[in-house]
Write a protein that binds this ligand. Sequence first.
Ligand SMILES: Cc1cc2nc3c(=O)[nH]c(=O)nc-3n(C[C@H](O)[C@H](O)[C@H](O)COP(=O)(O)OP(=O)(O)OC[C@H]3O[C@@H](n4cnc5c(N)ncnc54)[C@H](O)[C@@H]3O)c2cc1C
Length: 462
Amino acid sequence: MKTIATQLAQVLGDASRVITQPAVVERLSRDFYWYSPILRPQLDGKYADVAVQPISAEEVVAVLRLCYAHDVPVTVRGAGTGNYGQAVPLQRGVVLDLARMDQIEAITPDGVAICQPGVRLGALESTARESGWELRCYPSTIVKATVGGFLGGGSGGVGSVAHGGLRDFKTVRAFEAVTMEPEPRILLHESDDVHGILHAWGTNSVMTRIWLALTPAVEWAQCAVSFPGFDAAFDFGTAVATDTKWTKRLVTAFEWPIPSFFSPVRDITRDGAALVFLLIANSQAAQLESLVSAAGGTVTYCAPYAGLRASPLLSDYTWNHTTLWAMKSDPAWTYLQCGFDADPVRARQQLETLKHRFGDDFLHHIEWTKNGTGSVCAGAIPVVRFRTPEYLNDMIETCRANGVFVANPHVNYVEGGGRYRADIVQLQAKYRYDPKGLLNPGKMLTFHRDESHAAASEEPPA
Ligand SMILES: Cc1cc2nc3c(=O)[nH]c(=O)nc-3n(C[C@H](O)[C@H](O)[C@H](O)COP(=O)(O)OP(=O)(O)OC[C@H]3O[C@@H](n4cnc5c(N)ncnc54)[C@H](O)[C@@H]3O)c2cc1C
């Protein structure tokens, strides 16, 4: 591997961007897989031999050409905030760290950001707002996570209640991505062609230039509302999330005791009470307070949103940050990713069934989300107590038996995570663009390296 490191330095003409120090390579090989008590023992101790930091698509091409020639695995990395071990190299090789490809090329007059993949989402949001635009959706890791990592491994987040997830409504307009072939190509993927590479965990191409649709910026207010019971919080959240008269970016509900885990903002929680966090148009804040009173709730906090430096920053407690606060309180907590029935009455029944079956081992945390057909449903990232793998599986099976969708976050392959497409376009793209299976190997289980396909076939096997 020393040879590869030396050759990488020659290819880049800059040895300082080829990292071989074991401690640094190890750090660049990790993500948040330790969130999962199942993945932790599987992925502890897995790391690459060398990390390389290209600054241009041409350098990515050069690195992939070299690695293809020497059969060296390549795992792409944004900021390493993924939580299924997506960016953990299973078969050593090279970590392709794109943090230095962090240029924002343009915010077009019609609201499309054009940028390199290593741009942090927080930086893109701030730049977009200077021109009157903002991100349609972003993960709660916005400050650290990169655009490329979000497209490669994420799905949605803050903003999804209004704009759906990343794969919806043509939010990802296009990208250029580099193939892993004897002579790597930079291919432009537009429109529906993006879906073969989106959320493929860097297993079939490396995105190097991205066109992301934005939405007009809004002056937001952050609000927290407490309710004596979770049912009232759920009904209130449903009312705000589904009624188009509300301009919103975030509607989140937590069952008690989840709010007790939020130590820095305990003053806006109430003992024993369920909590709803919202980002709502500042112009509608007063109107919202009337709805809260009518629903039997209490506004515990409401103030104009001052951007990502706001204190408190309520999104830091939502989406998968909620699990982090729970784990800080007690490492036995972990999580699932669920989707409840579109009919709120049926969703309430599903929530009650799970509560009845698992009691305080299954704490409800709802994130309302618009789906690709335009209806707003209760998505969820419940905080669940880990006792044994069998008990966790029982929770997953009980959800599914009751019609609750589960994207299992305790598996380390694309097909198991819930965002794998039934039309297998991600697999087809892998056969097409990574015939030797060198990109993030081991993460797409249905792919089988076949030397006849390694010889540059354009079609997947029948
Ligand atoms: C506390 C916490 C909260 C989170 N909240 C959310 C949330 O609200 N919504 C959500 O969707 N996710 C969430 N996540 C998961 C994660 O933060 C997001 O998926 C994030 O967008 C990943 O960005 P990253 O730059 O860290 O990517 P990484 O973790 O570095 O990479 C993610 C995957 O994308 C691949 N990849 C990276 N760059 C490229 C590229 N240029 N081309 C091809 N593939 C690439 C990697 O190989 C890897 O498989 C959360 C995670 C944590 C720990």
